[in-house]
Design a protein around this ligand. Structure first.
Ligand SMILES: O=C(O)CCC(=O)C(=O)O
Ligand SMILES: [Fe+2]
Length: 342
């Protein structure tokens, strides 16, 4: 098994039972819809004023009660558009586009990284890897909120959704953080991203009243995604249009999914993650996503070393795969009460 397959498998293993990985469970059919019209939707509350005022008490209050922060204009628009240009330039060079940001019909897409010909180049790009490091307000937000040091993880997932009915099924990111209990995700679209391109929908209050969905309740559905059963009518759902520079931050217990892209245009976004350094550190947080490239390969053409291996002083604290296994098995079973410090 290649290094990359091994890492992806270990992460999936945390998100389910080892029994699932060993093929002992059947795939469960689940008809969760990615159509926004099937949900009772309210808009996200914008926290941009508190964010730009540096009002961290207010930010923390909202984070605690809502489990998310929707911040309009949090990020530099020019850099956001420039990264989008980088994506489309690589796609054009690889002959993946019909025109503009419209993908050729015959191009196979992996929604969690994009077509291989694109991702193989993009994952090495300095502008992509340095992207949130150059957003000082956002970078320091969680440290200010919690009064302890948070770190942006170098493993970044890229989303590449076309109009083919695919979407991300209902889940909590805690399943993938595994050992880290207070991880936050930053979902960043590149360019304007109205709801019809597909956005993140969260279940209001789910970080408090759903708690951790234990791995006994999770299953692989027919599209091979790990998900769980929930009655959609029992929840109020939140979603909003996004413009270039907007970001959605959510705690790893906030239950969410994404809606389908119903336009001809690509939905391009990335999910970045922050963890407090007091949480256990899994080695796979620090391994690039879905690639055989090592960090040395990735850094090959960079003109600066400023943001390279910025986590190296923590490597001695990384948990071994066995320690990670033991921890996730105990955290995720029904018998353990999950406590979040949100
Ligand atoms: O962009 C998507 O479709 C899913 C993203 C997601 O689940 C996340 O950012 O945690
Ligand atoms: Fe997620």
């Amino acid at each position: 098994m290649s290094n990359q397959q091994d890492v992806e498998k270990r992460i999936q293993h945390n998100a389910t039972d080892s029994a699932v990985i060993h093929g002992l469970y059947e795939t469960v059919h689940n008809d969760w819809s990615g159509d926004i019209n099937d949900y009772d939707i309210s808009p996200y509350t914008d926290s941009s004023e508190a964010f730009h005022d540096g009002d961290y008490d207010e930010i923390k209050k909202r984070a605690k009660s809502d489990g998310y922060l929707y911040i309009k204009g949090a990020l530099d628009v020019e850099r956001n558009m420039s990264l989008r240009d980088d994506v489309l330039r690589i796609c054009a060079e690889q002959n993946l586009l019909l025109k503009d940001d419209i993908l050729r019909d015959d191009v196979d897409v992996n929604s969690g990284s994009g077509p291989t010909a694109f991702w193989d180049i993009f994952v090495k790009l300095q502008s992509f890897n340095e992207y949130l490091h150059k957003e000082p307000l956002l970078l320091k937000l969680f440290s200010h909120m919690y009064g302890e040091e948070f770190m942006l993880l170098p493993r970044v997932l890229f989303r590449f959704f076309k109009n083919n009915g695919e979407f991300s099924k209902l889940h909590q990111d805690f399943w993938y953080s595994g050992v880290a209990r207070n991880m936050w995700t930053a979902w960043v679209p590149f360019g304007d991203n109205p709801i019809d391109k597909g956005v993140i929908v969260t279940a209001k209050g789910s970080h408090l009243n759903l708690g951790n969905i234990p791995n006994e309740d999770r299953f692989f559905d027919q599209s091979n995604q790990i998900t769980f059963k929930l009655n959609k009518d029992d929840y109020e759902w939140l979603a909003s249009d996004f413009e270039s520079g907007d970001v959605l931050l959510f705690h790893n217990l906030t239950t969410h999914f994404s809606t389908t892209n119903t336009t001809n245009h690509l939905r391009l976004s990335a999910d970045f993650r922050f963890i407090p350094l007091s949480d256990p550190l899994a080695d796979y947080f620090f391994i690039p996503h879905m690639t055989e490239h090592t960090w040395d390969d990735i850094y090959e053409d960079w003109d600066s070393t400023d943001y390279q291996r910025y986590w190296s002083h923590l490597e001695s604290k990384f948990m071994s795969p066995d320690e990670i296994d033991d921890t996730t098995n105990s955290i995720m079973s029904h018998t353990t009460q999950f406590q979040s410090n949100i």
